[in-house]
Structure formats: C-alpha cells, structure tokens
Design a binder for this molecule. Structure first.
Ligand SMILES: Cc1ncc(C[n+]2csc(CCOP(=O)(O)OP(=O)(O)O)c2C)c(N)n1
Ligand SMILES: [Mg+2]
Length: 889
C-alpha cells in the first residue's frame, strides 16, 4: 500500500470514529461520551500508550458554543466605553512621555487585557456590605487602564491623568503601578513585581476561607481575582504555590492569565505553546482550567471543520508563529494555516486575509470572556484558571501590535493615533488628534449612565481602599507586666517569652480573635507546639485522621476552626499569608495581628521582595525572626547563622526592627507594637529577633520603657570608685557577653562600666538621620540633638558596641557618639561550632569585648603599654588570629 493510500485509509477511519462519537454525543449524553473516552484511555494505558496527554486539551475553547449563555450586557455601549478607556489609557502614557522623555509607562499590556477587565467591571467585580469588596490583583503594567476607567467614573480628574508618573511634581500625580502605599485610598494590592501577585492571591484566598472557618466573618463572599501576565507565570512564586489552592479547594480564587504570548523581550514560548504548558501545569495541580482562545467568528470555522483539521493544525502551531499572524497582514495566516489542504482551504474560501485577521482572539471577545467568568464564579470545589488568548498592543497596528517591542511602546505619532482612533472608533477629529485629548462623554449620555449603573448594581467602585476596622482595645497589661519583674535565677530564652506572650494573647478577651500565628513548619524549633493544642492548627477539611501523638498533652491537633496557620515549608507562602492577615483591616474591616515565626535567616534574605510588598500594602503585624544572630545557633553553620537581617531591615522605611536582649524588653516592644498598630492604627510592621540561648532575665530598670522603644537605655551603671570608665553597648544574644565583660573589667581591670542595651539600631539610626536632616533643611545653627546625643552627651570614657550582626549596624550610629565608638560584630560566613567557639571566632565574646575596651583606654592614654600587654596575655588575645570576615574568602 502506498503512503498516499495509507493516509486516505486513515482519514476514512478517523471520520468513522468521529462520526460514531458524534452520534453518541447527539443521541446519548455527555456523561456517556465521557465514559467512552475513559474506556479508550484505560485500554490505551493497558497497552503502554502514555496517558500524559490527558493534562492538556486541544487548542480550542473549553466552553462549547452550545453551553454558552447570551451576553447579559449592552455590547454596543460596553464596546464604546472600552474604546474611550483604551484611548485615555494610551493618551495618558503618550502625553506623559511627550512631556518628559523617559518617564515611561506602558500602552500595550492594557491593549491586550482591556476586554478581560471591562467584562469584570461591568458584570463580576463586586462590592458587598460594609464596603467589603472582591479582592483583585490588577496586572501592574496595565494600570493606565484602571486610572482611565476611574476617570470616566468621575473618581479621578483630568489633572490626575495629566500627571501620570509625576507624583513629586504634582499633588495630583498618579503612581506608576498599583502602590497602595502611595495612593492609599485607591489601590489595595501591589502587583507589578512579577510573580508576587499569584502567590499573594492564593494565600489571600486561603486566608479568606480561614476567617470564615474560624468564625471571624459570617459569610465571606469575596472572590479573589488575579490578573497575571503569561510571561509572569515563569516566576517560581507564580507556579510554586498552585497546589495549595487546589488542596484547600479554594473555589473563591480565580486566576486570569492574559496569554498574549509575549513578554518584554519577545514571545513567552516562541517554539512551544504557553497556554498548553499552563493548562497542563494547572490541571495537574488540580485546578479547573478554562481556555478562552477564540472569538465568535472562529466558531463557524470550527463548526464546519468536520475532520478537526483546523484544531490539529492549531495544536501544532508554535506561539511564535501565532504571534506572526497577529503581526503580519492577514494573507499570511490564510495562506499558511489554511492554504495547503483542500478541506482547510474550503473553510475560508469566502473569507479574505484581511477579514480573517479581524477574527478576534477569545480574550478580546466579551461574550466568551463572560461565559468563562460565569463558569469560574459558579465552579465548586476547585480554584479556576482562565487562560485567555489575546494580542499584545491590540489595535495599535504598526505601533506595537504583536511586535517584539510592544512592551516598550510609550508614544504614538500622528499615524499611530489615527490608526488607534479608527480601529476603536473613537470620536476625535483629525484636527484634535495631535493634542491627544482625553475624552469623557457627557454625564447624561447613555454610555456614561450605563457605566455608573453597572457599578452601582455591583455595589460600588473598585479599586478603592478604606480601613473600616474598629481600633482594638489593648490586651490585659498583666500579659506583659509579668515579664517586667525578671525570672530570678531561672534561665529563659526570648523565644520562649515570645511564645508565652502569643499564647496569653490568644486567651485575652480584647484580642483573642485577632491573633493569627503563622509558622512554616518550625513550631518545634521555636517551642510553639503548646499553641497546637491551645488554638488548633487550621485544617479547612477538619481532621481526617488520628494523630500519632493523640495521647500526649501537646498533640498535633488539626481543626477546622484552628487559629494557627501552619503553612508547611514555605517562607514565601507564609509571608504571603502574613500580608493577607496583616491587611485584613482593609480587606475585611478586621484588625488581625499576625505573628509570623521563622528562622531569621529565611526572612528578609529569602523573601525580602514580599516584605517590601507587605510594606507597600500597609500590612501590620509581627515578623518574629527566631534563633537569630550569627553566633547564637550552635552547629548550624553558614546557611542558618543570620548576621545580616537587621541590616536588610534598614531599607524598609515603615519597619520597626528590634533585637531585644531581655524578656521585659520584648514585652514592652510587643505591647507598644499592638498599641501603635491596632489601637492607634498605624500601618507599619515589626521585625523582632529572638533567640533560644537561655539566661536569667533581669528585672526591668526604672524608667527604661522609653529607651527600650527608642532603641537604647542604660541597663546598669558602673562602680564609681574605679579608675577608668567604659561604656559597653550590647544587644540581643550578645548582651550576655557584654554583662560578663563588664564584670571582668570592673573586677580585674579597675574599670567602671556602664552597660547599655541597644534594642534597635534601626530606630536610633532613623531618628538620628531625621533630626540631622531637619537641622540641615531648616538651617538650624543651634542644631537639635538626637536621641543618642541626649543619652550620651555627658558620658566620659571609652565606648564599645557588640552585637551578633554585622559591624555596619553599630557603625551606622557611631558618628553621633561623644567619642569614637569601637564596634564588634559578626562579619563573615557562619561556621559550625559551639556558641562559645563561634563568639570567640567572631570576636564578640567576653574576652574580646574586654580587650577592645582596654585597647581604647590605652589609645586614650589611660593605660600603660604594659597593662595592655598583661591584659592581652590574660585574655589570650591572639594577634595572629584569623580574620573572621575574610577567613573563608
Ligand atoms: C520580578 C520582576 N522581574 C522583572 C520585571 C520587569 N518586567 C516588567 S513587565 C515584564 C514582562 C511582562 O510580561 P507578561 O507577564 O507576559 O505581561 P504582558 O505585558 O505581556 O501582559 C518584565 C520582565 C518585573 N516587573 N518584575
Ligand atoms: Mg504577556
């Protein structure tokens, strides 16, 4: 048999199979059709034919035409409105760049996503009672479209649009992307850092469910919509948490991926198909997947295509080529897709290339989008991802449409404007074009009335942001005050203190319903397991098994209404949960206090970008970095030993960072933090480092509170009878060494030592630079003194600071000390050894602190060379010792 005969036979066979299958579909039921397919699959697998293909479906719309409902809106009016919004969005970017070359902004992303958003705005995005709204992550680069819509809604002015990206120049300036920190009454959810929106959305949806299951919200109807770029979906954060959403049956979550097949540099998957890749990924992870690939005009072609050849061809077509069809004249598509096969040719015999090119992609077809959204919001038991195929720079023609530089299009010349106007039917005359005017129809016009009516029906405008939470009443003082007395001889770790505080807060009448502990599988490390029993571990499905430790006191108790968010080993997930919990005052009108416990090394360093997003979002709460300090976790070595997180925290303007040494310090800080964030309602969050080194906790000195909060206070004064004077500044875990050094200096070296506890280098630094700036900017010739100067101005002697962090921390405040500040710190890679060995190696142990004070005294001329030499011998300071900073370079 010749190859041609064989092909003909196969074609006939294909037809017979298809005809039989269609017969079943028409005469029996979809269920029966599914059953038959299963039967064939089983047979195939039994015979070694891979079942992998089951994760993807053909390159075709998921919702069959017959299942579609009619579009409920006025398509003409909506189309007109979308055109205005498209125009204004383009105009604001164009104008901004004409005025200030390089100010930036994007036109093409909104070009592709406009219809996806507008269908949402007209029919889906809801505001419920008490101004609680659906939670929507708007793809950041398309933000001009949101401003442009808000302009039509009358919520922002032409002056605002004209000052896009001119936040400093004009009080009416609009921020580039969704930044709630900068436009606090408008934006809710920061998005533009690729990959963060998807993971934040997943944990937001989980958190909404948690609030409901814990009984904190009666009925939580909020949907979580995340609008994401197909390029963005390459980020590990975008993909890494998707199975959490299906595991927890987050039917309140909808991802809409704008599959314009392009990212910044070029195609997302030129040689492959991003939609298919994402379909497989999400379906494999247990999501409901809806593909919206083709618009209405394509329906007739697929209907006519009885042999499914067109689908087969589209299945095989790489994205790069699809992009080319959107870029080139329509004849190319006609010729390449349909030209070499009689049946395919026949499909388009009455359609010109030009007409074919106008056949919309699914993501530009409101009725297809509507049906996908409807299916998504009605879907039960699973999260949904909608993969919507669009064109980047849609309608821009030669000015960016589907071109590889579409992302960078920022301006349009006269020709471009004309094309844009004509394509979208925007009512602007040729003469007016040059000014790129903003357009806004009369208030009484039909389309404007429609726009406002639709939003009114859906409950109000989106996005808007408001904090409707009641201020909390402060928790009982005894929770904190019990730590003011000290622990006597009992050795205690600050981690344990933190756990006790959280545990008591979970029982406190005023705040128990606000406390949300978050842990990435680290409870036992921090001694948090008593909370399992006390508050329960949140399990949306309720416990389905008997825990192995059921007969112990602190068993692993999972509960549907559990308060503990045990997230498993995911710092990024936990941090996303922290953001959701910490912004509940905006999103649900609830003051939630998250306490997120993690290894301090895996905080700012691992998830700094999410912490930045948390700061942008106005998240509140406590980040608790456990087992902190480079020398404080014995044995764990380079990867775990954190000597830098406090340095990272410096860059976060709204973060209060503390490295407390004593139980009462921690208690004072947490008490104040709750007051500031939840009684006074300040949008900031706290970073606290705690340790598991145990020592007796002293009583709080009188009048220490203010200093603890401001960053330093005198812990104890030295014996005034001594010959020399030194001031030692300790913090966190290293206070122990400092106290021992003070004793040694007094006892053996005739030095009176004042010991100061530095609870927060960052607070001292922030206050000092603020005062310094104020003096400078106001030209004060009698400058105000900063807090450090106020504390130390009358002090004499030498000054030595030691912490378990890099020397840059004490160094950052050194210039405001009355005399030189000698600094000791832990620069260098961590190593595996005991605490004592580590502290000796990093030169932050008692002996090195003593030696440094004596060396400074010698330099001030208060000690003889011989005295210093004797001290060196006694303290065993080795001049040839290896430098810990460079030891491993
Ligand atoms: C973490 C991060 N990396 C890089 C960028 C720079 N960037 C901005 S947009 C973009 C391409 C976006 O492509 P896609 O997600 O497909 O969005 P589209 O504009 O095509 O809708 C890149 C790389 C960023 N914003 N964030
Ligand atoms: Mg893209």
């Amino acid at each position: 048999m010749s190859d041609q005969d064989k092909a003909n036979d196969f074609e006939l066979e294909n037809k017979e199979w298809l005809d039989s299958y269609r017969w079943v579909l028409q005469n029996e039921s979809k269920e029966r059709a599914e059953e038959l397919l299963e039967l064939l699959r089983d047979e195939a697998v039994k015979n070694g034919i891979s079942a992998a293909g089951r994760l993807t479906t053909p390159y075709y719309n998921t919702i069959p035409v017959d299942d579609e409902v009619a579009y409920p809106g006025n398509l003409n009016l909506e189309e007109q409105l979308t055109s205005y919004i498209r125009w204004n969005a383009m105009a604001m970017v164009s104008k901004a760049n004409a005025k200030n070359e390089g100010i930036g902004g994007h036109i093409s992303t909104y070009g592709s996503i406009a219809n996806l958003w507008e269908v949402g705005f007209h029919h889906f995005f809801k505001v419920y009672e008490n101004e609680i709204a659906d939670i929507i992550y708007f793809q950041g680069h398309a933000s001009p479209g949101i401003y442009s819509r808000a302009f039509l809604e009358g919520r922002i002015s032409e002056e605002n649009l004209k000052n896009f990206r001119r936040e400093i120049f004009s009080p009416k300036g609009l921020t580039s992307y969704p930044h709630p920190r900068l436009m606090p009454e408008f934006w809710n959810h920061p998005t533009v850092t690729m990959g963060l929106a998807p993971i934040m959305a997943i944990y937001q949806a989980r958190f909404n469910q948690y609030l409901k299951d814990r009984g904190l919200t009666e009925k939580n109807e909020q949907k979580v919509w995340a609008y994401l770029g197909d390029g963005e979906m390459d980020e590990p954060e975008a993909r890494g948490a998707i199975s959490i959403a299906s595991r927890d049956n987050l039917e309140n979550l909808i991802f809409v991926v704008d599959c314009n097949l392009q990212r910044l540099d070029g195609p997302v998957r030129g040689n492959h198909k991003i939609v298919q890749e994402l379909e497989g990924l999400f379906r494999g992870a247990g999501w409901n997947v809806i593909k919206v690939l083709w618009g209405k005009e394509w329906d007739a072609l697929f209907e006519k295509d009885k042999s499914n050849k067109l689908i087969k061809r589209l299945n095989e077509l790489p994205d790069g080529q699809l992009q080319k069809y959107a870029f080139e004249e329509g004849d190319l598509m006609k010729e390449e897709l349909f030209g070499d096969d009689e049946e395919l040719k026949d499909l388009v015999k009455n359609i010109s290339g030009e007409e074919l090119k106008k056949f919309k992609r699914g993501g530009h077809e409101p009725s297809k989008i509507y049906n996908a959204y409807k299916a998504a919001v009605e879907h039960k038991g699973q999260p949904t991802v909608i993969l919507a195929q669009t064109i980047k720079g849609y309608g821009q023609g030669d000015y960016g449409e589907a071109s590889n530089v579409a992302h960078q299009t920022k301006k349009m010349d006269q020709e471009g404007l004309k094309h844009f106007r004509d394509y979208f039917n925007v009512p602007i005359s040729d003469e007016d074009l040059e000014d790129v005017p903003f357009i806004k129809p009369e208030e009484e016009s039909e389309e404007m009335k429609y726009l406002l009516e639709r939003r009114e029906k859906l409950g109000g405008f989106i996005p808007t942001r408001k904090d409707n939470s009641e201020p909390l009443k402060e928790p009982d003082e005894s929770i904190f005050e019990r730590f003011f007395e000290g622990s006597g001889d009992k050795a205690v770790a600050t981690t344990g203190v933190m756990v006790q505080i959280v545990s008591k807060l979970l029982k406190d009448e005023n705040v128990k319903n606000s406390v949300a502990p978050i842990i990435p599988d680290e409870s036992r490390t921090f001694g948090l397991e008593p909370l399992f029993q006390q508050a329960g571990i949140y399990a949306p499905s309720g416990p389905q098994y008997e825990p192995v430790d059921k007969d112990t006191l602190l068993y692993y108790k999972e509960a549907k209404d559990g308060a503990v968010l045990e997230e498993g080993i995911t710092e990024a997930g936990s941090m996303s949960e922290f953001i959701a919990a910490g912004t509940a005052h905006f999103n649900q009108g609830l003051p939630i206090i998250p306490f997120y416990f993690f290894y301090s090394m895996f905080g700012f360093q691992r998830t700094g970008d999410l912490m930045w997003a948390a700061a942008d979002a106005g998240a509140k709460g406590f980040l608790v970095g456990g087992i902190a300090g480079r020398t404080s976790i014995p044995g764990e070595g380079l990867q775990h030993q954190d000597g830098q997180s406090h340095l990272y925290a410096y860059a976060f303007p709204n973060v209060k960072a503390y490295d407390p040494a004593f139980a009462y310090e921690l208690a004072v800080i947490v008490q104040e933090g709750i007051k500031r964030m939840y009684v006074d309602k300040i949008n900031e969050y706290y970073y606290l480092t705690v340790g598991n080194d145990t020592y007796p906790m002293p009583e709080m000195p009188k009048n220490a509170k203010e200093g603890i909060l401001k960053g330093m206070y005198k812990f104890k004064s030295g014996n005034s009878e001594k010959e020399h004077k030194a001031h030692l500044f300790g913090s966190g875990a290293i206070i122990k060494e400092v106290l021992a050094a003070a004793d040694l200096l007094e006892k053996d070296f005739d030095v009176s030592v004042d010991v100061w506890s530095i609870t927060s280098y960052k607070s001292l630094y922030d206050q000092a630079i603020d005062v310094e700036r104020d003096n400078r900017i106001k030209g004060k010739l009698n400058p105000e003194e900063n807090y450090i100067e106020t504390c130390l101005k009358d002090e004499e002697g030498v000054f030595v600071a030691a912490s378990d962090y890099v020397k840059a921390l004490p160094q950052s405040i050194a210039k405001w000390f009355p005399k030189k500040l000698a600094v000791l710190g832990t620069d260098g890679f961590g190593k595996s050894d005991t605490r004592d060995q580590l502290r000796k190696f990093f030169e932050v142990n008692t002996e090195h602190i003593v030696y440094t004070a004596l060396y400074e005294l010698k330099k001030q001329g208060n000690l003889t060379a011989e005295e210093l030499k004797n001290a060196i011998d006694k303290l065993e300071i080795d001049a040839d010792k290896i430098n810990p900073r460079t030891a491993d370079l």
